[in-house]
Design a protein around this ligand. Structure first.
Ligand code: SF4
Length: 243
């Protein structure tokens, strides 16, 4: 969905521009690659696109962040206040995590995450966005050190998320209140806009190819994809493979 923006606020305009450019570029590049391409690799391509778009802004930022009005995120490795939310994903992003788990994790670690995914999927069934936030269900991919155990292939919405003030995240988590979180946690909108735009372009490319393009809950989707080996073929055949 196109973000609303305030024309008189330069940061809001920058965010909208980043969103529009990222979405357009992603959709045209991925649509061109779709007929012959490996569809399940689209997540990797989209993630690379997103990181390249961010890197193209970064040199100016590194030279002088204040001059370009770049608000620095307060996010640090091991801080995970934001990993208790419902994460929207596309199927290729889910398959990217599945492939990462299969290629890199031991049998024991895989079994353990499957169990956590099953429990989290059961707990989160029928919860809307607000109720999910209030339930404080940790993402099953969080490890004991509070880090993402699939960081290299984390979804675009996880890449989008950032905060300019960790104390605001801490308060929102303490009160388990999603609306307070929305009001209180300020973000770097350009980072968010780029990632969200790439997400929109990826969805559009999948929709045009007649494929299921949106899944509201990473936990439930990953649980299904790991438990049902034939699910990827069903998705590739244009079926609504994810429930
Ligand atoms: S996938 Fe990783 S970054 Fe995203 S919510 Fe889960 S643990 Fe956090």
């Amino acid at each position: 969905m196109e973000p609303t923006f305030n024309r008189t606020d330069p940061r809001s305009v920058l965010r909208a521009k980043a969103w529009g450019a990222a979405r357009k570029q992603t959709e045209s590049l991925l649509s061109a690659a779709l007929p012959a391409g490996d569809l399940a690799r689209l997540a990797t391509e989209a993630e690379q696109l997103a990181e390249r778009a961010l890197a193209s802004v970064a040199p100016r930022v590194i030279e002088d962040p204040k001059a370009v009005g770049w608000p620095m995120p307060d996010c640090q490795a091991g801080c995970h206040y934001c990993c208790y939310e419902q994460v929207n994903v596309t199927p290729p992003e889910v398959f990217a995590v599945v492939d990462h788990i299969k290629a890199n994790w031991s049998d024991g670690k895989r079994q353990s995450v499957r169990k956590k995914l099953r429990l989290a999927a059961e707990k989160s069934r029928d919860l809307d966005f607000e109720a999910y936030f209030a339930a404080r269900i940790p993402c099953p991919l969080l490890n004991a050190e509070g880090r993402c155990s699939a960081y290299e292939v984390r979804p675009l919405m996880c890449r989008a998320y950032n905060s300019l003030d960790v104390k605001a995240c801490e308060q929102a988590a303490k009160h388990a209140d999603r609306s307070a979180h929305e009001r209180g946690v300020r973000t770097n909108g350009t980072i968010h806009g780029i990632m969200d735009g790439v997400f929109g372009g990826l969805q559009e490319a999948l929709r045009k190819a007649g494929l299921q393009d949106f899944l509201p809950n990473l936990t439930a989707a990953l649980h299904q994809a790991l438990d049902k080996p034939g699910l990827r073929s069903e998705w590739l055949a244009g079926k609504r493979a994810f429930r």
